[in-house]
Ligand binder design. Structure first.
Ligand SMILES: Nc1ncnc2c1ncn2[C@@H]1O[C@H](COP(=O)(O)OP(=O)(O)O)[C@@H](O)[C@H]1O
Ligand SMILES: [Mg+2]
Length: 307
């Protein structure tokens, strides 16, 4: 399928985003994650819940926003008869149930075909059902930075209300949305505990993401510079190959955000899979109906069709 580039490319004063994640506006600037993007979208279309986990700083938020959501929105614009309207949510602090329903209302607005947007109510399962009917398709709800939700569960009324609502929406007879939970590696275990008593096995379908490898990081650098140079009114920039390769370094493991601040350049990974990851992956592979969670990090760029 060819890339949809109907929306104008967002102007930027620099080819790179520095420490910020790429949001959906910068889909045209986002390179190096095409295989992972395709794999995540395939999972979202096949399963009611996908879990995506990785260390902090690997690029989850950017991949989900400028990769997955950007691509789904472009597809939804181009294919009104088979829509998956993306909703990205990460504002966990104040009443996440209402916050997510408001985000759904905002996300569907461009797709209601000129009709008045429906009232979505206060329950997540019903809200997704109403919203998906209004857009004549389905919703893809991406819950990013889920580790932050653990900080606020007790201030909800009743406590853990969002977890209740989410479990109810996922286990509905005919779910109107598919959900993705993106979570930092160190909060992975707590997630299972949160959903265990709610009849949801969050580990049924999971993907992990790794750092960009050297070749992909190199392609990402050149891709971003090309987009930058194609803007009108900018002075063309280039990068000398030696400087480029000095910037692509293996990550320091377990370093997280602290080290990333000192070293915001794209990093390449030479780490091997840890035993725990490999075991989880092998378990998932053995289940005949669960081979979709093959692990983004296992596949090279371009190994999967671009969705
Ligand atoms: N494909 C990419 N190309 C260039 N930079 C990237 C890419 N993905 C992520 N980054 C950069 O890496 C850093 C971490 O990305 P982020 O999406 O915040 O990771 P995470 O959500 O896993 O913590 C940010 O500075 C972001 O701009
Ligand atoms: Mg993030």
């Amino acid at each position: 399928m060819t890339e949809s580039r109907t929306a104008a490319v967002e102007h930027r004063d620099s080819p790179f985003l520095g420490l910020d994640y790429y949001d959906e506006r910068f889909g045209d600037w986002f390179f190096g994650r095409e295989a992972e993007r395709g794999q995540i979208i395939t999972n979202l279309q096949a399963a009611p819940l996908t879990l995506l986990h990785a260390e902090s700083g690997v690029g989850k938020s950017s991949l989900l926003r400028a990769g997955v959501a950007w691509r789904l929105r472009a597809l939804a614009r181009d294919h009104p008869d088979a829509r998956d309207v993306p909703v990205v949510f990460s504002a966990w602090k104040a009443d996440p149930v209402s916050g997510l329903i408001a985000a759904i209302a905002e996300a569907i607005e461009p797709f209601v075909n000129g009709r008045p947007p429906p009232s979505l109510g206060e329950r997540l399962a019903e809200a997704t059902a109403t919203a998906s009917e209004a857009v004549g398709g389905s919703l893809v709800v991406i819950l990013d930075q889920f580790e932050e939700y653990f900080l606020y569960t007790t201030s909800e009324s009743p406590p853990e209300r969002f977890a209740d609502e989410l479990a109810r929406a996922i286990t509905a007879d005919a779910p109107a949305a598919s959900f993705l939970i993106a979570i930092r590696e160190d909060a992975y275990a707590a997630l299972g505990d949160l959903f265990k008593s709610r009849n949801v096995n969050v580990y049924d379908n999971f993907l992990s993401v790794d750092y960009l490898d050297v070749l992909t990081a190199r392609a990402m650098i050149y891709g971003s510079i090309d987009v930058y140079n194609n803007q009108s009114g900018v002075e063309r920039v280039s990068i000398d190959p030696a400087g480029r390769d000095r910037r692509i370094r293996p990550p320091r493991h377990g370093s997280g955000r602290q080290d990333r601040r000192r070293d915001p350049a794209p990093r390449a990974s030479h780490r091997s899979w840890r035993g725990q990851d490999r075991q989880r992956h092998e378990d998932a592979r053995r289940r005949p109906d669960r081979q979709i969670g093959a692990g983004c990090s296992r596949r090279g760029p371009g190994a999967l069709p671009t969705v």
